[in-house]
Design a protein around this ligand. Structure first.
Ligand code: UD1
Length: 319
């Protein structure tokens, strides 16, 4: 049994990590500001030690890491358009807080920190799929912030011999992804629209593509990154290696729900990436990772969860 701190553990991906760690018999502490996270995401997980507060406050980060073997740093304000609108708030959450967590974890003797990086760091690359050795080209404050914190992590490994692994996520989706904000992930917004019989919105022509990754795949990749021998100081894509356009995604989701709702097309979003698809060779080599849940199966689980949430009439956006 080991001790894990999951920052942002009351959020979508963080709560899945906490759940799997508890299932495997580990001790879990969650630190979360509840700005985007919700306590109810953890309600079904027994024995989680919960610390509420802002990691941009160093003293909170220092309290959070005490006695921890591993830190899974997931806390962030995860939205491209939100960062375009308010770069200062997202900078504080995505860079200042990350530096605090790195310093606190290093000083507390944590064995390894696994950081939630983002595919957005690549921007528009001339070729697909995107490999970790391609130059970064951030197109939004969010992308730049995720890249900076990732580079801080690599520097901490080189400079202080503190083990940090950055996992680059590619459009993660699944149960507990909050559809309650215009900044929510597109799959959660499409799911809610279809289940309510509304037309979803597509920004741009819908021909942009994404490597949508079901959350269980990411949980597997991140937990492998805690143990993998040659992973310290590395940046590693964790995704499926495929891609699908938004127009195609909507067709697949309509098919699962049994609807034929057409999109309403609006202007393309500022800072949006055109195509995103991961090369996952490095994750296979270093982590022994293989995606286990394909897109359509993940969409079915997600839609089932959305349906059951609506049936129990949970308050959208509630704590
Ligand atoms: C980006 C990152 C992703 C990261 C996420 C955090 C890339 C390629 N991916 O996701 O790794 O986890 O930020 O927020 O940079 N859209 C619609 N209709 C909607 C909502 C969105 O058409 O109602 C479009 C967006 O314009 C975009 C695509 O759907 O083209 C995906 O958007 P979203 O789910 O917000 O994620 P990204 O910005 O791609």
């Amino acid at each position: 049994m080991a001790s894990y701190l999951v920052t942002g553990g009351a959020g979508f991906i963080g709560s899945h990590l906490a759940e799997e760690l508890v299932r495997r018999g580990h001790r879990v502490r969650v630190a979360d500001s509840l700005i985007t996270g919700k306590r109810r995401n953890l309600a079904h997980i027994p024995g989680v030690d919960f610390l509420e507060g802002d990691l941009a406050d160093l003293s909170l980060a220092q309290r959070a890491v005490v006695g921890m073997d591993y830190v899974l740093h997931q806390a962030a304000i995860p939205s491209v358009p939100r960062s375009v609108k308010d770069p200062i708030t997202s900078n504080r959450a995505n860079i200042d807080a990350s530096l605090n967590v790195l310093v606190a974890a290093r000083d507390a003797g944590v064995k390894r920190l696994v950081y939630a990086g983002s595919s957005s760091a690549y921007g528009n690359t001339p070729t697909l799929p995107k490999r970790e050795d391609m130059p970064a080209n951030p197109l939004s404050p969010y992308a730049l912030q995720k890249l900076v914190a990732e580079q801080y992590g690599q520097m901490f490994t080189a400079l202080y011999d503190f083990e940090v692994v950055a996992i680059r996520y590619f459009n993660v989706f699944g149960p507990r992804q909050d559809p309650g904000s215009p900044y929510s992930g597109v799959i959660s917004l499409f799911a809610t629209a279809l289940l309510e019989g509304r037309q979803p919105t597509i920004y741009g022509d819908g021909e942009q593509t994404r490597d949508f990754t079901y959350v269980a795949n990411v949980v597997d990749g991140v937990l492998r990154a805690c143990e993998a021998k040659r992973a310290a100081g590395e940046v590693i894509n964790v995704a499926t290696g495929g891609r699908i356009s938004l127009n195609q995604l909507l067709r697949v989701m309509n098919g699962i729900v049994g609807t034929t709702l057409q999109a309403i097309y609006e202007e393309e979003r500022a800072g949006d990436v055109k195509d995103s698809q991961a090369d996952i060779t490095k994750a296979k080599m270093l982590l022994g990772y293989e995606p286990t849940v394909p897109l359509e199966e993940g969409l079915k689980h997600t839609l089932e969860w959305c349906r059951s949430e609506r049936a129990t009439s949970a308050v959208p956006g509630g704590r």
